[in-house]
Design a binder for this molecule. Structure first.
Ligand code: NAI
Length: 339
């Protein structure tokens, strides 16, 4: 057996600990078959971490990600309208994880209104309105700064086009609102156009974000790769997740030049937390992306095949996708299906 992969594990809160524990057990089981082992370095973040350490993101967690360069993260609750800054946004900015990669793909056997979906969202992950630069300019006037840079726009466009070329994807749509935000979204588009010019084999198109929402609902099949800024990417990800069965399914990867953090698109789902109802598929598919990233394709393949077997059989699914099983029973079914 080769040396264990050191991976920083942030279980998160809400449904985070339930889905993380399911995913860890599935990865451990698959790894036993392929000779791949894991050394999990576990850390709290957010309100739980603050209660224990007085820090929302403990220094030791930062150091662990710096050393291991790979993290698997469950969702963390962010207070609305006040309180501490988003842990997710803070980590993405701290480690300059500029590329948020979100594949939205139908699973076998799952009946939805949109069969055979296969599209990818590349979301810029460090700037835009998520730069968190907000001030009260007068007692009744708040200002939030939208930051769009040539560097940020060019590198996410490059990531999307490089991926398309490597994986034979045919079309990229840059999604924007440059008719209104002529300077910021205008710069984003300019950078996308410049990068597109270097990839004649990939068709490049541009859609305005509001029209995109309608186009997606009417005919998502017209999109192959969606390339967009931070806020539009966040919103379109949730919209697209509905095509394949909802937020319980869609994975994500936050990739930078030094480190990568793998996490689902969904949040901490407080409405179902602690009830053994959460679907761990989204985090599991994020973990599959992680296995490819750490060069464990055989283990990734084993996990994905077992997951698809369970969906194709349709006997042990969670409630969000029409089943009657709990998180643990679903995880056990995936483990049993590992060949
Ligand atoms: P959410 O994604 O947590 O939940 C939206 C809906 O989807 C809920 O009805 C929930 O039950 C359902 N859902 C989500 N994941 C599911 C799963 N795995 N299985 C079954 N059903 C699932 O979004 P919401 O409610 O807007 O946010 C809750 C909290 O999560 C907020 O504090 C938010 O800031 C945080 N959040 C954290 C993220 C992260 O850590 N990466 C990302 C998005 C939100």
């Amino acid at each position: 057996m080769s040396e264990a992969h050191k991976i920083t594990l942030i279980p998160g809160d809400g449904i985070g600990p339930e889905v993380s524990s399911a995913v860890v057990s599935i990865l451990e089981a698959a790894g036993k078959k392929t000779g791949c082992s894991f050394d999990w370095h576990r850390y709290d973040a957010g309100a739980d971490a603050f209660a224990k350490t007085g820090e929302y993101i403990p220094k030791a967690l930062y150091e662990s990600i710096e050393q291991n360069r790979v993290a698997l993260k469950g969702p963390v609750t962010t207070p609305i309208g006040g309180g501490f800054s988003s842990i997710n946004v803070t980590l993405r900015k701290k480690f300059d994880l500029f590329s948020n990669f979100r594949p939205v793909k139908s699973l076998p056997g799952l009946k939805t209104n949109y069969p055979n979906i296969d599209l990818i969202i590349f979301r810029e992950n460090t700037e835009d309105l998520y730069a968190g630069l907000e001030v009260m300019v007068q007692p009744d006037v708040a200002q939030s700064l939208k930051i769009i840079t040539r560097k940020g726009s060019t590198r996410i466009a490059k990531a999307a086009f490089d991926y398309a070329k490597k994986h034979g994807r045919k079309k990229i749509h840059a999604i924007h609102k440059a008719n209104i935000m002529k300077l910021s979204d205008g710069l984003f588009l300019k950078c996308c156009q410049e990068v597109a010019a270097g990839f004649p084999e990939v068709t490049y198109a541009e859609h305005i974000v509001d029209n995109t929402c309608m186009q997606l609902v009417l005919n998502p099949y017209q999109y192959d790769i969606i390339l967009t800024e931070n806020l539009y990417g966040d919103i379109l990800s949730d919209l697209c997740s509905a095509f394949v069965g909802g937020l319980g399914l869609v994975p994500g990867a936050n990739i930078g030049l030094e480190c990568a953090i793998f996490e689902a698109v969904h949040g901490s789902a407080p409405d179902i937390a602690g009830q053994d109802k959460a679907n761990p598929t989204a985090l599991l598919q994020s973990a599959v992306l992680m296995l490819h990233h750490i060069d464990e394709p055989a283990t990734a393949e084993k996990v994905q095949t077992a997951l698809e077997t369970v969906y194709a059989e349709g006997k042990t699914l969670t409630k969000d996708v029409g089943g009657n099983s709990g998180t643990k029973a679903f995880a056990d079914a995936v483990i049993a299906a590992i060949g």
